[in-house]
Design a protein around this ligand. Sequence first.
Ligand code: PGA
Length: 248
Amino acid sequence: MLIVSNWKAYVEDADRAKKLAALAKRLSGKYRKHEIVLAPSYVHLGMLANGNKSKVKYAAQDVSLTTGGAHTGEISAQMLEGIDATYALVGHSERRAMGETDAVVAEKARHALAHGIAPILCVGERERDAGAEYLSLVRAQITAVFAPLTPKERLTTVIAYEPVWAIGKSAADALPPHEVMEMVLYIRKVLGDFMPGKAPAKTKILYGAAVEPANARDLAAGTGIDGLLVGHASVETDTFSALVKALS
Ligand code: PGA
């Protein structure tokens, strides 16, 4: 499993960030079949990812639309490349809620890829409607990003399906496993528009939203996902250890 820990702005203290990183290192040594990826704030990303030689990988929580220049406050993909980030989340719902459009998300993915950083494209509906309009929304979110990419870039891009209405909630509110499976199948079908033959089966698809130790195993088993994107359950040492253990 690819286990991506999205620390959001939960982890504000550098010592706490270091403790969580040390734990991730221990867990990835112990449970070797998992790839653990940490997505700290930019500040802690610089501190932890730079020169990192461990099995743990690092992701940025976002990436700028711009390249270097007169852009106060921006963090470009080249800067992320320079600190050994492997991945960058793009289009997380908490960024989309601040006005980020599909076109912006697509441009961010392009910038990341241009610097050897694999985008983790977050998609997902704000609510579920009886007419299944949410499927078209997910299709549009994927299409906007995948259409302009080269075949190789498409293969590098990871998709994280996160039903926005379940984010931050507890295990009981997560999408039930059989519905996760349906969505994964749907996403692979959509990818078939952009990738030949069996290639869509190779794309890594993660599930995120309300993943906790209590539901991690059920979500992972038999749903066709390649990993999990974990928010609140990834920022407490006990909870995160329990979650990785539950998957093993
Ligand atoms: P959550 O967040 O695990 O706290 O629901 C997931 C996410 O937003 O990536």
